[in-house]
Design a protein around this ligand. Structure first.
Ligand SMILES: Cc1cc2nc3c(=O)[nH]c(=O)nc-3n(C[C@H](O)[C@H](O)[C@H](O)COP(=O)(O)OP(=O)(O)OC[C@H]3O[C@@H](n4cnc5c(N)ncnc54)[C@H](O)[C@@H]3O)c2cc1C
Length: 392
């Protein structure tokens, strides 16, 4: 098999890249190790930045999102039993975010790919990228019990944190910047209307809690738990009781309970692999970087990377100049580090750590109090939450 761009992974990064290339008349093949149903039902991100929404529209992949996505003009911060709303459009000159689940983004892109795009092979596991430093990189992969080779002009590793593309970087080139956190998120999906119409980020001495949603009838909620937590150790009743404690306020706000349909534990990690390019191999999305989910940035960064790659490739095709491809890693990393910084700030402001002192707790409250009382501090949060421009 031969193609111009070999894409490993059919998460949001790989699927959107295939779509962008198809629209520009560049052929690609996507290899995905899992089956279609798994990819379409893996519960993950749900907040799309304004820029991500704009990209999906331009790519012709936003018809259902525009119908079913929920535009959100703010978030609420809760601390000391008080509520503070951050008004995004008022602080950012009109920007907002959209609640539309990653599962739905993937379903829409997969449907488009099968309707009019190039080959997308499920249950096709990339085993290795070979010849990344040469003119003709190859992906060795296994599909339907057979090993095969995909010859490419470019390979883009969109294969997530546990993928194989990163392994093709020589050790002498790779630099890793990493932080792990001593806590995780216990996330639930529940068949109950969200108890608030915007996301609620709550800091409590017992730990962080987040009230989010997937649709007008499905709630998504999270609790900070110790890093080694097993989701099955938590009964449904214990989860609701703890959410209620951490989210409660001095006014008459109440948390509505409903049947829990899914629960899982997400580890918290900050990770950046530099550079994001080696020869004709490029990394995009979680394959190159991870943020803790507190800032809702992971999926949005993945989108930024593939847009940057697609633009650079078109620039080379149209002008013959590789300057944007050469700048790919540096261009992406500027935005990525801003998102890493924001995600770290949100995480450390809202999560009491196991070894924290009363002094640390007071500092967290002071940071939240600053946002609630200073327009400059609040604007900083709103700008970062609604998204950094691609050329940040
Ligand atoms: C619980 C949770 C909540 C989150 N919330 C948010 C949020 O609100 N907002 C936000 O922006 N982000 C959020 N994120 C992060 C977001 O989900 C990820 O950043 C996003 O999925 C990255 O997309 P990707 O395409 O780079 O990687 P992935 O989605 O991980 O896709 C990689 C794909 O590659 C495939 N693959 C792996 N290895 C191989 C191989 N060898 N061969 C072939 N295929 C392979 C995988 O099966 C997978 O389908 C959240 C993540 C989690 C876990």
């Amino acid at each position: 098999m031969r193609t111009t761009v070999g894409i490993i992974g059919a998460g949001p990064a790989g699927l959107l890249l295939a779509r962008l290339l198809h629209n520009a008349g560049i052929d690609s093949v996507v290899l995905e190790s899992r089956d279609r149903s798994y990819v379409e039902h893996r519960q993950r991100a749900g907040i799309l930045e304004q820029g991500t929404v704009d990209v999906l529209r331009e790519a012709g992949a936003a018809e259902r999102m525009d119908r079913e996505g929920l535009r959100h003009d703010g978030i609420e911060l809760r601390f000391d039993r008080q509520r503070h709303r951050v008004d995004f459009p008022g602080l950012t000159g009109g920007r907002s975010v959209t609640v539309y689940a990653q599962t739905e983004v993937c379903k829409d892109l997969i449907a488009l790919q099968f309707k009019e795009g190039g080959p997308l092979l499920f249950e096709a596991e990339a085993l290795a990228v070979e010849g990344a430093g040469s003119d003709r990189p190859r992906i060795r992969f296994r599909h339907e019990g057979r090993e095969d080779v995909l010859e490419c002009e470019y390979v883009v590793g969109c294969d997530g944190f546990w993928g194989v593309a990163r392994e093709a970087f020589p050790e002498s080139l790779s630099r890793v910047f990493e932080r792990t956190y001593p806590y995780a998120w216990l996330g639930i999906l529940a068949d109950v209307a969200p108890s608030h119409d915007e996301l609620v980020y709550a800091r409590h001495d017992r730990g962080f809690a987040l009230l989010s949603m997937r649709s007008p009838s499905v709630s998504r909620l999270y609790l900070q738990v110790p890093a080694d937590t097993d989701a099955e150790d938590w009964t449904d009743e214990a989860i609701w009781d703890e959410l209620e404690r951490r989210l409660e306020t001095d006014d008459d706000w109440r948390l509505a309970r409903g049947p829990i349909t899914q629960k899982s534990v997400t580890p918290m990690r900050s990770y950046v692999h530099e550079p994001m390019r080696h020869g004709r191999l490029f990394l995009a999305g979680d394959a190159a970087h991870i943020v803790p989910p507190t800032g809702a940035k992971g999926l949005n960064l993945a989108v930024g990377d593939v847009v940057t790659f697609a633009r650079a490739l078109l620039h080379e095709r149209d002008t013959g100049s590789p300057e944007l491809l050469d700048a790919y890693s540096a261009t992406c990393l500027r935005r990525i580090w801003q998102a890493e910084r924001f995600s770290y700030d949100m995480t450390s402001m809202l999560h009491p750590g196991p070894g924290d002192s009363p002094f640390d707790a007071r500092l967290q409250l002071a940071r939240l109090g600053r946002i609630a009382s200073s327009r400059a501090a609040e604007t900083d949060l709103a700008e970062a939450y609604t998204g950094f421009p691609l050329d940040a």
